[in-house]
Design a protein around this ligand. Sequence first.
Ligand code: UDP
Length: 374
Amino acid sequence: MFAVVGAGFSGSVIARQLAEAGFKVTVFESRNHVAGNCFTERHETGVMKHVYGPHIFHTQHQEVWDFINRFGEMVPYVHKVKATVQGEIFTLPINLNTINKFFGLDLSEEEAQQFLASKIDSSISDPVTFVDQALRFVGPELYEAFFAGYTRKQWGVDPLDLPASILARLPVRYNDDESYFSHPYQGIPRNGYTPIVEAILEHVNISVLLGTEFDPQDVKKYDHTFWTGPLDAFFKYEFGNLGYRTLDFAEEVHDGDFQGCAVMNFPDEDIPITRITEHKHFAHWENHDQTVIYRESSRLCEEGDIPYYPIRLVKEMDVLEKYLKVAGEQTNVSFLGRLGTYRYLDMDVTIKEALELAAQVIKSANHGQSVKPF
Ligand code: UDP
């Protein structure tokens, strides 16, 4: 008997793969619903709401795309983001239009490339911090306008203390492609994420216990436990807290269309929110007279808050190392997912890693070995 802790994508996918291989799995979920922070539900206006903030499914991994499509229909969707800077609206990620509008120019693709090359610091070959990445990527003016304020609000720290990998999520384009993501597969589930996760968990070998906390001491009752909750929580914060950011959403209902796009970012530091999400634009095939928006802001995650983002401060890495060391020493527990591994993972990567871990577990179990593959 296996225990899976958490019914988000990581927990659900590993539970499904193990169940299909013939293992009995109990899934423990502390909330009263599945799907973790991907949870969606219909608002009273009829709009499909991304309850814990915007989730856009995008991947470059064929096996992940095939997997999710087994459990629900994904409708093609191309995510586009706008940013309001000093009252003007720009396209994000930074593309040719953003560069031209911001600098008041009318450059061609090639000229824009040369222009930005004169702004960036090409001596930074191995960026460590967010600022290194920004200066080598877009130069100081665009960094200040689009990234410095947003990042301080979103992460609550100086960008000098954040790793380069956070900004490396975003591309820069010299053409007028407005797609936020570069992956070949992008989509939004026709009926939201919740029925997809429910379908993943719908298997005769899986029992799901909602509203049920799992005490880490109970691992001894199971052949193996797959923990997708916060890494530090498993060890009762023995080495101190790992930092997470949590989000607050102020919901409003309006008539018609509020902002004409799904996500509007607000990088200016004097505006306290980071972005406004208008949920109905994700389900572009639906029509609703009213609209539901979230004004989103970020703050340090405290006891009782929902963790969203692992902060991974450069200077906190030694605490993380301690947790990773003891996690690696657990013979009957595996850690996975955004919280379980304390990494800023997207949905598709959590699915990919859960599929890979399941494959290794099944292989080890078939050879009569301990199921802990690493
Ligand atoms: N970012 C920014 N300005 C923006 C959008 C993003 O500075 O207008 C930075 C910010 O640090 C953010 C990171 O880029 O945390 C990653 O952005 P992404 O849109 O991938 O964040 P998510 O949707 O996962 O919150």
